[in-house]
Design a binder for this molecule. Structure first.
Ligand code: MSP
Length: 513
């Protein structure tokens, strides 16, 4: 049977040498969803990339005395390196400076122009000459340029416009008829009531005041401005309007665009209208997530609350960071980030609940049975409850993931580990050993090991390294996801001798002393 496809994207990031933990949020979440869908048997395609054009980059390159392309080439590796450090496994990294992307954007622009959806007009705005930037009234600070605090002048420049207004009604109807299109629902209401229903103005989609962008083929003094360039990445990456469009035919429409809340507007207004104008199907869902904040505010280098995420990875391990990003914040809401919170999650869940369980169980197996796993028929009164919880987790986790309730999905797996720890307290294996209740003890340890095996497989989308390491320590070859709702698959007579604690407790420094 042919596998069902699943196409998932993150936003394309502005190239930066200063990525912070907030930037890691979208991408780690997308990676976990992608790994989960793969585990479920989907043929997945996971896209991320970089958004490299624009005046800001042009200026930074000028300041550095290099061309914009040289400038972005140099820092783009930073993103790839960070995603690698976070074990993010994407299928493609698209750059908006890739020739295939440029080609597709130029064809899209021309097509929209030829069919009358893009037209030439005049862009009026408040312009700061030294900064070469246009600002809107609301962006000004005390009526002056927000960057350099100098006077701005109203100027007009020739520009192309995209007829958003023509598609307003159609978009409104589409959103009303497809409640799953914009999630969470609060963002859907915000888009409809605050932006779409009050009326859409046509969008300025070209510029002549700077040059670092994709040239408009039929009017070369213009470059394509921002959103038509950036949003097209989701289809140019698949080969739309190129010689080989097999990926486009296979994967489009996207199943999920994950985006931060501040760019939901572009993804649920401009993007679907572009697709309607191109006569293409719309993505199944745009999910707008919240922000990670520090002390309730923005994370930024200039505020001094910024640390390179790689430092955290070196200090605590990649899965500790992934766990925090995936587990701490309800998906869709804003959430706090701090090292104290990271550490307390780490100690409570990863070290105490999971690490301790695995280590205790393997130590007991070594001590009582020389590390050899065996089964027995002598049950305890606590087995049924443990087995019920363990074998029902796969379905619970899948249900949560279908709703993108990621923290809840992970917590449902930790329920297995919590139940196992309770099972140890209930069955008191050390007393069984003391009383030479060997068969019962075998059964207890088998049940614990089998529960840990199932939990480890279920954890693999979220904490891939930890999952692998537990499976390695168990020395089991039974890693089939489909079998995680069945109990008793773990092999007997395998020998465990190579294990070490995962997630050692970290003492929290008391800064007041
Ligand atoms: N280039 C545009 C996106 C174009 S998509 C066609 C862009 N780039 S960005 O680098 O500024 O942001 C990329 C993503 O990182 C966005 O989804 C943004 O919301 C996310 N985050 C940046 N800071 C964040 C936090 N502090 N917390 C969570 N996500 C954050 O926007």
């Amino acid at each position: 049977m042919e596998k069902k496809k699943y196409y998932l994207t993150t936003p394309i990031y502005y190239p930066s040498a200063n990525f912070h933990i907030g930037h890691c949020y979208t991408t780690v979440i997308a990676d976990a969803i992608n790994r989960f869908k793969k585990l479920e048997g989907y043929d997945t395609y996971f896209l991320t990339g970089s958004d490299e054009h624009g005046l800001k980059i042009e200026k930074k390159a000028n300041d550095a005395g290099v061309t914009p392309k040289e400038y972005v080439d140099k820092i783009i590796e930073n993103a790839k390196d960070l995603w690698k450090a976070l074990d993010v496994e994407y299928d493609k990294f698209i750059r908006t400076t890739d020739s295939e992307h440029i080609d597709t954007v130029q064809k899209i622009f021309k097509k929209l122009y030829d069919q009358g959806d893009i037209y030439k007009g005049e862009y009026k705005g408040l312009y700061c000459t030294p900064c070469e930037s246009f600002w809107t009234e609301t962006q000004l600070v005390d009526g002056k340029c927000p960057d350099c605090a100098r006077e701005v002048n109203e100027v007009a420049e020739e520009a192309y416009f995209f007829k958003l207004s023509k598609y307003q009604k159609r978009l409104e109807e589409y959103i009303e008829e497809h409640p799953e299109f914009i999630q969470p629902v609060s963002r859907k209401n915000e888009m409809l009531n605050n932006f779409i229903k009050p009326g859409l103005e046509d969008l300025c989609v070209s510029r002549t005041s700077f040059t670092w962008g994709i040239p408009v083929t039929f009017d070369e003094k213009h470059i394509v401005y921002v959103w038509i360039d950036a949003l097209s990445n989701y289809i140019s990456a698949l080969g739309y309007l190129s010689e080989d469009d097999s990926n486009f035919k296979k994967y489009w429409p996207a199943d999920l665009h994950i985006v931060g809340k501040e760019i939901v507007r572009f993804h649920t207004i401009i993007w679907p209208i572009m697709l309607m104008a191109l006569d293409l199907p719309l993505p199944h869902q745009v999910f707008g997530h919240g922000w990670l904040v520090i002390n309730g505010g923005k994370i930024s280098k200039s505020l001094g609350n910024y640390r390179d995420p790689r430092e955290y990875i070196l200090e605590y391990g990649v899965d500790a960071i992934r766990y925090y990003l995936l587990r701490e914040v309800p998906f869709g809401s804003d959430g706090q980030f701090s090292e104290e919170l990271l550490l307390s999650r780490y100690n409570a869940d990863l070290a105490n609940t999971l690490g301790n369980l695995v280590n205790r169980t393997l130590s007991m197996l070594t001590k009582y049975f020389d590390g050899v796993i065996e089964k027995s028929d002598v049950k305890t009164e606590f087995d049924e409850d443990l087995i019920n919880i363990v074998t029902s987790t796969k379905e619970k986790m899948e249900n949560y993931m279908d709703k993108l309730e990621i923290p809840e999905a992970i917590d449902s797996i930790f329920e297995i580990f919590r139940r196992c720890n309770k099972y140890i307290d209930e069955t008191t294996p050390w007393i069984l050993a003391k009383n030479n209740d060997t068969d019962k003890l075998k059964n207890v340890l088998y049940n614990l090991l089998e529960s840990i095996r199932i939990g480890a497989i279920l954890l693999s989308p979220y904490l891939p390294r930890t999952s692998k390491e537990i499976i390695r320590q168990l020395n089991t070859k039974e890693i089939n996801y489909e079998s995680t709702n069945k109990f008793g698959i773990l092999e007997t007579n395998i020998h465990i001798n190579d294990f070490k604690p995962i997630f050692m407790r970290i003492e929290i420094k008391d800064e007041t002393k």
